[in-house]
Design a protein around this ligand. Structure first.
Ligand SMILES: Cc1cc2nc3c(=O)[nH]c(=O)nc-3n(C[C@H](O)[C@H](O)[C@H](O)COP(=O)(O)OP(=O)(O)OC[C@H]3O[C@@H](n4cnc5c(N)ncnc54)[C@H](O)[C@@H]3O)c2cc1C
Length: 370
């Protein structure tokens, strides 16, 4: 049987793309070397968050968060979806000004959000340490359980005719791919959607690994109500180099708390590192002192695929015929997976996309054009 699109990787991106392409009637095969959703997708926090550091990021995240709302509408519990909202915390006047600017940008884009003064902030989240200045609440942001969502998307793709193949792609050739067991699979197009491992297949990609740590606690229902993020997070997320930590705390629907996050460039060893973990937890406790009394159950790490301009690569490889890319989603791949799949699919089937595709095209990188 002819394969129209062979997708490398069954993380949230590969699964979402498989689902969207199969819905268009294309013959899809997904090749996964481990378990579905076991890469960065299993390591991620699953925060569906509108980010506005630049217009392209705002367009992609807001489009995708809306697609998530549609996806989960009939049964949010299957994805462990909870619309807890994001509370961006301003520690001082400077960060309060950043919050106001963010409110302005999001409101202009039709995204409901409200400024909180200190009294309203503590009414929303009594566990926050005293002395904070206020914050911004973004109501439509939510959380999901990413590996479950990846599995559900892939299962729907399979119900639409997509096939899942267990194997490791070691090379992309003119007719398809070569697997580690020596077999070849022929396909008209190959979609590279294997996250941070995409550079193993295409070393020319402008992507670096960014390792992150997460801790999960026992159940403390009602202790925290929103996904809490310090406004300083934005600086950490966009640091060009070095190690950084930022306060990012998520209430799971189970009552557990996910505590994040750290960022380390170019580290590929996934071992938990006590020093950066301790730094991350101390920083989190400086915002919510009661965290020090909770039981942590587990911690783990994951590798984000960070592109050099902070935006994902969605579209054809400019100098490799029949090779397509959906990678480089850094810390927003859960959020942007559904929009990525729509943008990718629109290009492959030749339809108009809902938002302009240009900012995400791989051809924007000169190194890929040669
Ligand atoms: C600590 C941390 C916290 C995060 N928090 C959030 C968050 O709150 N919100 C958010 O939106 N994003 C978050 N992210 C980012 C998000 O998790 C990723 O952007 C997203 O999971 C990327 O999905 P992916 O499918 O591209 O990659 P992956 O999930 O890594 O999937 C790639 C798949 O490809 C497979 N694979 C690799 N190479 C091959 C090969 N050669 N052959 C066959 N299969 C192969 C792998 O086994 C894997 O299953 C976080 C990431 C981390 C690390």
């Amino acid at each position: 049987m002819t394969i129209d699109v062979l997708i490398v990787g069954a993380g949230i991106i590969g699964a979402a793309c498989a689902d969207a392409l199969a819905a268009e009637g294309l013959a899809v095969m997904v090749v996964e070397r481990e378990a579905v959703g076991s890469g960065a997708t299993a390591a991620g926090m699953g925060h569906l968050v509108v980010m506005d550091d630049n217009p392209a990021e705002l367009a992609l995240t807001s489009y995708s968060v809306a697609l998530w709302r549609q996806l989960v509408a009939t049964d949010p519990r299957r994805h462990e979806y909870s619309r807890c909202g994001t509370l961006w915390i301003a520690a001082d006047d400077e960060e309060m000004a950043v919050a106001r600017e963010k409110q302005h940008t999001l409101s202009e884009h039709g995204i409901a959000c409200e400024m909180l003064d200190a009294a309203s902030l503590y009414a929303c989240e009594p566990q926050l340490r005293p002395g904070l200045r206020g914050g911004l609440r973004v109501n439509a942001d939510a959380v999901v359980y990413p590996p479950k969502s990846a599995a559900l998307l892939l299962a729907r793709a399979q119900s639409r005719g997509a096939r899942l193949c267990s194997g490791q792609v070691i090379a992309i050739n003119d007719n398809g791919v070569l697997l580690a067991d020596g077999s070849e699979i022929h396909a008209s197009k190959v979609l590279v959607a294997n996250g941070s491992a995409s550079v193993q297949l295409l070393p020319e990609l402008p992507i670096r690994h960014k390792k992150g740590h997460i801790v999960i606690t026992d159940r403390y229902p009602g202790m925290i109500n929103h996904q809490l993020v310090e406004l300083g997070y934005i600086k950490s997320a966009h640091a060009a180099d070095g190690d950084s930590v930022a306060f990012n705390l998520q209430p799971r629907p189970t009552g557990q708390l996910l505590i994040g996050s750290s960022r380390q460039f170019d580290v590929t060893d996934k071992t938990v590192e006590p020093a950066i973990l301790a730094r991350m937890l101390a920083h989190a406790a400086s915002f919510v002192p009661a965290l020090t009394n909770l039981h942590a159950l587990r911690c783990w790490t994951g590798l984000r695929a960070a592109s050099s301009d902070g935006l994902p690569l969605i579209g054809p490889h400019p100098s490799r015929p029949n090779v397509w890319l959906a990678t480089g989603h850094e810390g927003l791949g859960i959020t942007t997976s559904l929009a990525t799949a729509q943008l990718l699919c629109a290009q492959i089937v030749g339809q108009q996309s809902k938002i302009p595709i240009a900012p995400y095209l791989p051809a924007r990188f000169e190194q890929l054009r040669n």
